[in-house]
Design a protein around this ligand. Structure first.
Ligand SMILES: *Cc1c(COP(=O)(O)O)cnc(C)c1O
Ligand code: SF4
Length: 387
């Protein structure tokens, strides 16, 4: 009981954080930066924040953050786009945007975490192809992202030279896909496939489309969130030639929903590309009902479908982000019936055998000729269902 009360209190204080401005507001360049530079993705990539000195232009780092940037420099790269940095609170170290990208000493105090909890390396038939299902694969086409998320599942490879995907290696993976007719669905991931130039991505899509058994091509990209100016009209016109293309992006918090991000999603949608969203459930960032519901409802207003929310993996340096699974199940149970059905994502646990849905057990089971279920508002319903 006491625990339940504490939870309610925590959620009440979170509610003030949710406030999503609608219509969504665009970001503004800082003084001295032209609008045309700010909205140019090349400019954003060249001006990324990589050290404490440039971080200070955006926030007042705490001693803990400064120490962590020093201590972690070589283990997991610290990189932030100016666009994403402009969403951070200057003064609040618990800002949900800041916590996703600025290192903390907590990352060094995690004893349980592993470097490859899903055994992805073991599930690679060819370098950078991960296969856990018979019919579909995750194809890590590069190891570059616009910025590096502190809880990243692919920490072991992003930004690391050893994993850089040379064209020759891409060719080898494409040959494997061409020689494996069971593969009908190819998910391009990384890293982030949209860090590629239009020309390189076009080359890759042409090669994939030349394989007759590849029915579906999906892109997993966080650039609509971290660098929305990457989604240009030219990119969308190119992608459109390779339909069916689906995109999944990765918003974690309502504060990431800016007019710039909404425009990026709208451009993809106008090119006929269905856009879904995958989040990671992160403690103190999006594990409360107002935040998660605010995120999902606003995504739906943007016509972006909440698809999956991942349980954070047992990954090194991420203990401070993990939520007990029971609390995650309860969070999504509480959304059921209280918002549009398609605003409710599937909460999943990724395992070396694939994704497992983590659902509240609404179906209670059989009692004689009845099948007993729990309804969203907690009532018990007996559905006559003789066998
Ligand atoms: C998530 C994932 C997929 C795609 O799974 P869906 O449930 O179809 O979205 C495919 N391969 C791997 C390795 C994955 O992790
Ligand atoms: S964008 Fe995705 S792959 Fe890149 S660092 Fe973030 S979570 Fe990892």
């Amino acid at each position: 009981m006491q625990r339940a009360e504490r939870k309610e209190a925590a959620q009440a204080s979170d509610a003030s954080e949710v406030a999503v401005a609608w219509p969504l507001v665009p970001t503004r360049p800082p003084e001295g930066v032209a609008e045309s530079d700010w909205t140019d993705w090349g400019w954003q990539m060249r001006h990324r924040i990589r050290d404490v000195a440039s971080l200070r232009e955006w926030i007042d780092p705490t001693p803990d953050e400064e120490q962590a940037i020093e201590a972690l420099a070589r283990r997991f790269r610290f990189v932030i786009t100016p666009y994403y940095a402009s969403l951070m609170s200057r003064t609040d170290p618990d800002c949900p945007i800041r916590r996703q990208v600025v290192p903390r000493m907590d990352e060094l105090g995690d004893r349980a975490g592993l470097s490859d909890p899903l055994g992805e390396v073991a599930h690679s038939p060819v370098k950078n192809v991960i296969r856990v299902y018979p019919d579909r694969i995750a194809f890590c086409v590069n190891n570059e992202c616009a910025l590096y998320c502190r809880y990243c599942l692919r920490k072991r490879m992003v930004g690391d030279e050893e994993w850089t995907m040379q064209k020759r290696e891409l060719e080898r993976a494409l040959e494997w896909i061409a020689a494996t007719p069971a593969i009908r669905d190819v998910l391009l991931t990384g890293g982030d496939p949209l860090v590629f130039s239009d020309a390189r991505l076009e080359w890759l899509l042409e090669r994939l489309r030349a394989i007759p058994h590849v029915e579906l091509i999906r892109l997993g990209t966080r650039l609509p969130v971290t660098l929305p100016f990457r989604v240009t009209e030219a990119l969308c016109a190119m992608l459109e030639r390779f339909h069916p293309i689906w995109v999944n992006t990765h918003f974690n918090h309502p504060r990431e929903l800016t007019a710039d991000a909404a425009r990026a999603c709208d451009r993809l949608l106008r090119a006929g590309i269905p856009v879904g969203n995958q989040s990671v459930l992160l403690r103190g960032i999006n594990d409360s009902l107002p935040v998660m519901q605010g995120l999902c409802e606003t995504l739906v207003r943007m016509r972006v479908r909440p698809y999956y929310v991942y349980q954070a993996q047992l990954l090194e340096g991420t203990a401070h982000f993990r939520v007990p699974i029971e609390d995650g199940i309860e969070l999504f149970r509480r959304m059921r019936g209280r918002t549009s059905g398609f605003a409710i994502p599937q909460y999943v646990l990724d395992t070396p055998h694939g994704k497992v849905p983590l659902d509240h057990p609404f179906a209670k089971g059989r009692e004689g000729d009845d099948f007993v279920v729990e309804t969203w508002d907690g009532a018990i319903w007996r559905e006559p269902n003789p066998r």
